[in-house]
Design a protein around this ligand. Structure first.
Ligand code: ADP
Length: 273
């Protein structure tokens, strides 16, 4: 092994984390199987604070599963994931589950905002109530303050005139922007986006991507699973291309999208054109 890999393997996780204060997500050799089929086959990935990483790759390559592992909606079978120096639950070599306490999981999830393909807003609540709900119910925030902040966030995502609208009265793009505001209301350190525009009519995609662009510009750390190549090219600091449970290639968009090194990446990008 090279001196640097020896150093990595011998240093304790916290010392390693200390060596890089800018690292927010640190995933090492992550594996995950469903019913005996391995869908993540040793994923390594670091995401730094303020970085926007786009996860690209064919359907079924494990992108969503990896996001869900970061947020502990799935428990990984092997490897380790740290988010902001906190170790997520894992299964050790002997098959023993090292699960965090529910309270720890809840605390960590509070720091991670997730936006899904489907918006999952509460149908019986207005946009404003949807955005206030997390801070009030989960964080015990003061209602007045939560309301003021929710209004600010709805304004920020361009829904200043829709505070009182119910989800059914909003377009898909507007609902997705409420979902983004709702995630931001928890003041997350990290935002995970899982194909946030793929359920939208084409004419509504741009307004959601614009909100995400603004968020990126404001310095939010983001991991975005997307098929929107122009978004990845314009906004991503780094693109990670996955296929069949492995990272095939990664780098800045100018390299990974415009001059891919691997045949699998090239084939995928050709299909996207
Ligand atoms: P991607 O996001 O790249 O499309 P996914 O992470 O959704 O890929 O899926 C990777 C593979 O894992 C697929 O073959 C999918 O069918 C399988 N998979 C995902 N979630 C589950 C689950 N809960 N149970 C069984 N198989 C699953």
């Amino acid at each position: 092994p090279t001196p640097s890999s020896q150093l990595t393997s011998q240093t304790s996780p916290s010392a390693r984390a200390d060596s890089d204060h800018r690292r927010l997500v640190h995933a090492v050799n992550v594996t995950k199987a469903f019913h005996g089929t391995e869908v993540l086959k040793g994923i390594d990935m670091d995401v730094h604070k303020g970085e926007v990483v786009c996860l690209l790759g064919p359907s079924g390559s494990g992108k969503t599963t990896f996001l869900r592992c970061i947020n502990q909606l799935e428990t990984i079978d092997g490897g380790r994931i740290w988010v902001d120096d906190n170790l997520m639950g894992y299964v050790d070599k002997g098959g023993r589950l090292h699960r965090l306490h529910d309270k720890e999981i809840a605390a960590q999830r509070r720091d991670i905002g997730m936006v899904f393909q489907r918006f999952n807003l509460f149908p019986h609540m207005t946009a404003l109530q949807n955005v206030m709900e997390g801070p009030v119910q989960v964080k015990g925030a003061n209602k007045g303050q939560a309301k003021a902040r929710a209004k600010e966030l709805l304004d920020r995502v361009g829904l200043g005139d829709k505070h009182g609208a119910y989800p059914a009265q909003l377009s898909g793009g507007q609902q997705q922007r409420v979902a983004i505001a709702r995630a931001l209301a928890m003041d997350p350190k990290l935002m995970l986006f899982d194909e946030p525009t793929s359920a939208l009519d084409p004419e509504l995609v741009g307004e959601v991507l614009d909100v995400m662009k603004e968020l990126a510009k404001a310095g939010m750390t983001m991991i975005v699973v997307t098929h929107e190549m122009s978004f990845a090219r314009d906004v991503a600091d780094r693109v990670v291309f996955m296929d069949a449970g492995v990272v095939v290639e990664e780098g800045p968009p100018s390299q990974c999208i415009d001059a891919p090194q691997h045949e699998r990446t090239r084939r995928f990008l050709q299909r996207m054109r």
